[in-house]
Design a protein around this ligand. Structure first.
Ligand code: UFG
Length: 325
């Protein structure tokens, strides 16, 4: 049973991945400073409250736990916040990653799965986006991930660290049976905000309907968080089997407009979503859809959720359960 260190395992995507690791027969230990994650997302016996800046603590943890590989989620992820506080993003996302990689090197751990992002591509020239599209981030958040991917390429070359970067598109949905879902504070993501508008009656603002898309609203590739978790498992297995470093998009390959997601929420909840149309949000590309052929072909990954309605249904169930408890 391989011992896996999961940084940021108390967060949204991290906690779903820890759950799937356990189901898949792994024995994960979580390092999380709980600055954005939630204690209730992780079994207490697996949780070590530890900051990424604590290189010695991470090294010690990997040694004492006999860690064989690391899945590295711990990072800040709010694009808007990164524009207001770029130093915070570079220090936490880049500095924190470097501290982790140093600890790994000292502890002799040389397998890593890294949380990257579609924000790597900025405003892409071609959609669906292939992995060899240029890195052109338009926010400090995106840049922080590009820098870490670059560091990983050098560490592959000179340290023998094998790393797989997974470039996530729009993580969404929940695993209500596991008691896991999206709980950001403040919440900025579309699906939880649409569901909140239904629940509270407070209208959500649609950020622009004058884009050059069929209905004028932005198009995104919504990938269910459990399918994202599954991508980490196949990446980890490839690395543990001696496979090479690489970078993969993780998305369904299907784009949905904001209004299409709104309609899916209305179908699932059986209620109207109170909404208003507002101005565009700065930095929103009109369309981001993954070409995820490489992940399918190379690692044999397939998403189970391909319908936006089914993804929304899991998020709705989580919100209902959460409010009831
Ligand atoms: N949107 C609204 N109103 C809202 C919130 C969102 O209209 O109140 C729209 C946005 O303008 C966008 C779409 O819904 O068109 C999706 O927005 P999200 O904020 O849910 O997600 P983003 O696509 O902006 O961002 C996500 C991740 C980022 C990542 C980015 C890369 O949250 O971490 O994808 O593609 F960087």
């Amino acid at each position: 049973m391989s011992r896996i260190l999961v940084t940021g395992g108390a967060g949204y995507i991290g906690s779903h991945t820890v759950h799937l690791l356990i189901q898949s027969g792994y024995d994960p230990v979580v390092a999380d400073n709980l600055s954005r994650g939630h204690r209730h997302n992780v079994d207490a016996k697996r949780l070590r409250v530890l900051d990424l800046a604590d290189t010695d603590g991470l090294e010690q943890l990997m040694r004492s736990e006999g860690v064989q590989a690391v899945i590295h989620f711990a990072a800040f992820m709010a694009v808007g916040e990164s524009v207001r506080e770029p130093e915070l993003y570079f220090s936490n996302n880049v500095g924190g990653s470097l501290s982790l990689f140093t600890a790994m090197q000292r502890a002799g751990v040389n397998r890593l799965v890294f949380s990257s992002t579609a924000a790597y591509y900025g405003n892409p020239e071609r959609v669906p986006i292939p992995e060899d599209a240029p890195a052109a981030p338009v926010s400090p958040y995106g840049e922080s991930k590009v820098i870490v991917e670059k560091i990983l390429r050098w560490l592959d070359q000179y340290r023998g660290l094998r790393g797989i970067s997974l470039r996530y598109f729009n993580a969404s949905g929940a695993d209500p049976e596991a008691g896991l879902g999206e709980e950001h504070d403040p919440e900025t993501h579309l699906i939880p905000l649409l569901l909140r508008a239904v629940a509270t009656g407070q209208p959500i603002t649609i950020f622009g309907n004058d884009y050059a898309t069929p209905d004028g609203t932005c198009i995104r590739d919504y990938i269910h968080v459990s399918d994202l978790a599954g991508a980490h498992i196949v990446a980890l297995e490839s690395l543990l089997a001696g496979g090479p470093s690489g970078a993969f998009n993780v998305g369904t390959g299907k784009g949905q407009s904001v209004l299409a997601v709104l309609r899916a929420v209305e179908e699932v909840t059986g209620r109207k979503v109170p909404h208003t149309i507002g101005p565009r949000r700065a930095g929103d590309p009109p369309s981001l859809v993954a070409d995820s052929t490489k992940l399918r072909r190379t690692l044999g990954w397939e998403p189970r959720y391909t319908e936006i309605r089914d993804i929304v249904a899991t998020a709705w169930e989580f919100q209902r359960k959460n409010r009831a408890s």
